[in-house]
Design a protein around this ligand. Structure first.
Ligand SMILES: C[S@@+](CC[C@H](N)C(=O)[O-])C[C@H]1O[C@@H](n2cnc3c(N)ncnc32)[C@H](O)[C@@H]1O
Length: 262
């Protein structure tokens, strides 16, 4: 549905090994494109992200999929249309138009990066239509069928995790602090901080105490080893292009931190 910086699209098969249909609910507090959720297609889910524009777009797509799809494909995939829409003030638009704008900009911007300036204005440049194909109507509607089974919330992860209960499977893919140190504003106004990472660590303990299961994806770094010191930690090789520039595409290591016995 959406392209997203740091998307785990290429890793869904490996991550799916931790999921089983016996889990009662799927919970994802750092949703982004929610590609693991869309791949697993669980019957019940709670999907959240601090990015309120993203969550609103999901909600509008669920309510009016046909209309959103038609409105998006009617817009020309050329620089002038893109910059005209980018210039619009989302605050002055209807929910519907805001969601169409969000989806259109997401599909036509450089590398699917969500980045705002200090005023919170989306400022990613245009990318040629050939760089990213649109979903077909069938693919779009199939994704909507999956989205309809979830509750969507624009919450900080701390709020989402307070709703975790026994039998839940929680997939956590926070922004990497290593990256947010280098790239101001990749995901929104405030990058992920050491305090956020500490909060996350405390929450992992609580998820486990409640009888729920979790899997965390994180960059392989000192912070990850600290975050996962009480849990199983598995290192894996991935291809990344977080910075959005071809010379920054490189093979790197990430870790999975989990309380699931495998
Ligand atoms: C690495 S991305 C998730 C990518 C996702 N797994 C995918 O495959 O597309 C991290 C996400 O966390 C969100 N985020 C950042 N800080 C957050 C917070 N404090 N609470 C909830 N979400 C947050 C960002 O908006 C971003 O969408």
């Amino acid at each position: 549905m959406f392209r997203w910086a740091g998307s785990k699209r290429k890793q869904v098969e490996r991550l799916a090994e931790y999921w089983s249909a016996d889990f009662e609910r799927y919970v994802e507090p750092f949703a982004g494109s929610a590609c693991l959720f869309l791949h697993l297609n669980p019957d019940h889910a709670l999907i959240a992200d601090k990015n309120a524009d993203l969550i609103e777009a999901y909600q509008v797509i669920i309510d009016s999929p046909d209309e959103v799809f038609q409105a998006m494909v009617r817009k020309k995939r050329i620089a002038s249309t893109y910059y005209y829409l980018r210039k619009q003030d989302p605050e002055k638009m209807t929910r519907f138009d805001r969601a169409v704008r969000f989806l259109y900009l997401n599909r036509n911007c450089f590398n699917g990066i969500y980045r705002t300036n200090r005023q919170g204005t989306f400022n990613v440049p245009f990318s040629k239509a050939s760089a990213c194909r649109y979903l077909t109507k069938r693919e779009f509607m199939d994704s909507v069928e999956c989205l309809r089974k979830a509750e969507f919330r624009d919450w900080d992860f701390g709020t989402t995790l307070r709703y975790v209960r026994a039998g839940d499977f929680v997939y956590l893919d926070p922004p990497y602090m290593v990256d947010s140190r280098r790239m101001f504003n990749e995901y929104g106004k405030k990058p992920f901080t050491p305090e956020d990472l500490h909060r996350l660590k405390c929450h992992l303990e609580k998820i486990d105490e409640r009888g729920a299961s979790f899997v965390v994806s994180y960059a392989d770094c000192k912070e990850a080893r600290d975050l996962g010191e009480d849990w199983q930690l598995k290192r894996m090789r991935v291809r990344r292009h977080i910075a959005g520039f071809s010379d920054a595409r490189r093979s790197a290591y990430e870790v999975l931190i989990t309380n699931i016995e495998k």
